[in-house]
Design a protein around this ligand. Structure first.
Ligand code: HEC
Length: 160
């Protein structure tokens, strides 16, 4: 391999490692008053456009399965298990929205809303067979730190 290519690979490796270090892991989250998470999980603001796809796609957050959002008339099916998300950016602070997304049970103890950035406190697949927790690397949280931040960026645009 040419030296230039090797240098490029090393640079890419350092960039990836940098991203991983900046992210707050699900187990390392600092809650304020048990319902708020003031700091970005990635150390950066999310992308509004990417947040739209997390919220509306079945393979990602699929929030529209339970929540209506008037600003997304193209999202095929919108459920009503949870309240409409219209105006959530006015009802909640960014720190509260981050808390609701990471683990909604802090804000709403009996909610049916999934905990999107939590990996402890559940029976992991494989537990029953091996007695060991599944590898978090292969069975991570429902959404990544980046997806959580993208979703928050989008929700903050839903103001009254
Ligand atoms: C299985 C259904 C379900 C899914 C999926 C779901 N939620 Fe929820 N969500 C709820 C329910 C139910 C509530 C109401 C809280 C309660 O239970 O008291 C809620 C509450 C909320 C609230 C507070 C709403 C308000 O108006 O006060 C926000 C914000 C929210 N959800 C965002 C999301 C986002 C973003 C996603 C996708 C990443 C999502 N939810 C996925 C069921 C769901």
């Amino acid at each position: 391999m040419k030296l230039k290519a090797v240098t490029g690979l090393i640079a890419a490796g350092i960039a990836l490692a940098g991203t991983a270090i900046a992210e707050v892991a699900p187990g390392d989250i600092t809650w304020v008053d048990d319902v708020m998470i003031p700091t970005s999980l990635t150390g950066m603001p999310g992308s509004v456009d990417a947040g739209v796809s997390v919220v509306s796609s079945r393979s990602a957050g699929n929030c529209v399965a339970c929540h209506g959002i008037s600003a997304l008339p193209d999202a095929a099916f919108q459920g009503n298990v949870g309240p409409s998300l219209d105006g959530v950016g006015s009802r909640w602070t960014e720190a509260e929205l981050r808390g609701i997304l990471v683990d909604a049970k802090h804000m709403f103890p009996d909610t049916r809303m999934p905990s999107f950035y939590r990996v402890d406190g559940f029976t992991r697949p494989g537990d029953a067979y091996t007695g060991r927790a599944a590898d978090p690397a292969t069975f991570g949280p429902l959404l990544s730190a980046v997806q959580i931040e993208d979703t928050i960026a989008y929700l903050m645009t839903l103001t009254d």
